[in-house]
Design a protein around this ligand. Sequence first.
Ligand code: ADP
Ligand code: ASP
Ligand code: MG
Length: 414
Amino acid sequence: MLFVQKYGGTSVGSTERIRAVADRIAATVRAGHAVVVVVSAMGHSTDALVDLAAELVDSPDLREMDQLLATGEQVSAALVAMRLLAMGVQAKSLTGWQAGITTEPVHGNARVSQIDTRTLQSLIERGIVAIVTGFQGIAGGEVTTLGRGGSDTSAVALAAALGADVCEIYTDVDGVYTTDPRVVPNAKKLDDISYDEMLELANLGAQVLHPRAVENAKHFAVQLVVRSSFTEGEGTNVVAMTENRMEGRRVVTGIAFERHVARLAVVGVPLEEHALAAIFSSLAENGVNVDVIVQSVVDASAVDVSFTVNESDLGRAVEVVSSLQPTLRFHKIEREAPLAKVSIVGAGMISNPGVAAQMFVTLRDAEVPIHMVSTSEIKVSCVIPAHLVEKAVQALHQTFVEADTVTPLTNAER
Ligand code: ADP
Ligand code: ASP
Ligand code: MG
């Protein structure tokens, strides 16, 4: 079998951990399998590099930022490779570009566009374990990075390109849980989760997998497993919808949350100005990502538009919207931060009306005010005050996971 194994930051966070990782890789090789490894930077070293840059400049040049951040993974890749070599396992570390990973020509958040697998194939054929730096590639001769947490995406992209049998994501938790176990200690480990639910959870803030890793795994039907590098165990399989839920269906599979949310409201825009088109085109042109949007018609002549952005984009969003005042003639801009967003996710929601209502009741009973709501077929999100995020997640977990909300499949569904 061909395995792609990805080891996250904590998993390679010390020389002791690197020894353990090398042992695991060696065991896979000795069991007769081929392995391609993807590593993250050691521990919090990427954060440390970001901090160094921030000490020197307010907004660092994006190209130089990629040059800087890409070094973290080179350290861990070389250390893992030299440890394997010393153990008598043939290994070789490769940077993203050496491994043939080409991305779009974008700095800081590039997408993988193509993988030339010739070098990796030749290593596999010769029984050599490639240790590839995660989170990076090359575009037109320039080093690019895939966005924070992007090593998961490197691993899945390589697994797809190489036609690997399994892509294993080794991390510091033993699988995907019903919510972040750091916030809800009695969160439950899931044996399996569908690509769609995992994608929603990842997009809504569950850090355990990079959203684009899930997107690619779904698209290329990569068999994806999340498990611990610290313990033995089955982990969580991320699977196509039809494979799971044989006996019952969870209405809510998981709860995700995101901190650092900010809300901006543009109050009193004359109806005839088509505020939505103007505001959101401008924000997009300036690279501000907008999340939840609410427009309300105040009276026959004016609308209020409010939306959320990441807190780090709030300043820029206010600038962009302020510059539209002369044409949009709005009354004022209001801003609100720090906020957070809590979301419940579950494919079972489609056929279960009343889930949103149950969420609102739960938050009301926990005295968590809801500022905005957004829904899709398989999720409901509420924007709430940031300091209440733990309380909200715990209450929602109690309602939707700890209280038994598994509904059996009907005979027709079976
Ligand atoms: P790595 O460095 O291995 O990539 P991350 O820190 O990126 O690890 O992701 C693992 C962390 O994700 C866990 O320690 C956990 O706190 C957090 N997490 C958030 N939501 C979930 C969830 N639903 N299930 C498991 N872990 C979660
Ligand atoms: N080292 C990078 C980060 O901290 C990539 C990753 O860990 O996936 O974001
Ligand atoms: Mg990660």
